[in-house]
Design a protein around this ligand. Sequence first.
Ligand SMILES: [Zn+2]
Length: 332
Amino acid sequence: MIKIVAGKSKFLREIAEEYFKLLNPQNKNGAFHKRNSIYGRIETQFKIKSNRSNYSHYGRHLYNNLKTLITGIPSEIYQIQKQLDGISNLYSLKRNILLKRINKIFYYDTFRESDTAIWLAKEINLGVCVYCNRQYISIIKHKKSHMYLADFDHYFLRSKYPCLSLSFYNLILSCHGCNSKLKFTAKFILKNYLHPYMDSFNDILRFSTNVLNTNFFFNKGDDFEIKLKKNWFKNPTKKDINRAFKTAEIFRIKDLYNLHKDVIIELIQKHIIYSPQYIDNLYSEFSILFSTKADVYRMLLGAYVIDSEINKRPLSKFIKDISEEFGFLKLH
Ligand SMILES: [Zn+2]
């Protein structure tokens, strides 16, 4: 899982604010649009101004906390959903009635294909799935509209936390496999699992092999194992290491990356062929092609090797970690 730190050209906070405005268009007189805004739909569904029923308590709390519910960080939005659940229990509200109203307010099923969703996906501008770093996240023109070859995963499950279905920090652009096949109905909470907007898997765990000597292993087939181990460079806490391993288990990271042993064999070949001297020579001789030494490695490895760039191309973290372990990639 690779941490998302900013969008295409804006800070995450700014994208969240703009997203909130798009979800809540206003009329010329400044009032929220009755049908097209979430505020308007809460009023319609819960009649919060005229109605004093038990359900209106729920609606008022939703209305008053909507801004945080949409733009707040994961711990804040989780808290609001818990408060709403508390109101529901206190007044013995019927879940099926609530769900019906909530679905009409948030309209997630139509949201996914909406211009706002496309705008959001483009602003976040992820190259690769944050969960696996194996699949591209792509948005392409399709007839008059757009099509995105990706999913929006709900970090907090939509079935359990229905009011978080449009929350900015709950919508995680990911590949279909990670969302629908692997995470699926796993109940993620912050205490147990990493959150891609809050935590960096890259800082906590590293890929590792038991290939200690690349010369020795050359041409010996793929009789080695790919594992995950603590990232010693960053000294993560025990708690985060546990959360990272649990998260990796859900997304079957170890199993999936053991399918990419051919990549490691190529790294062994490259390590033997390209000496440090050769790499230095490439850098100095073709300075017009490479602005940094990392660019040289990127060409040789076919992967991004700077931490902040590893979500631009599949397998970048894997290739970077193992190349560093072999002593092939040396940027410092
Ligand atoms: Zn994925």
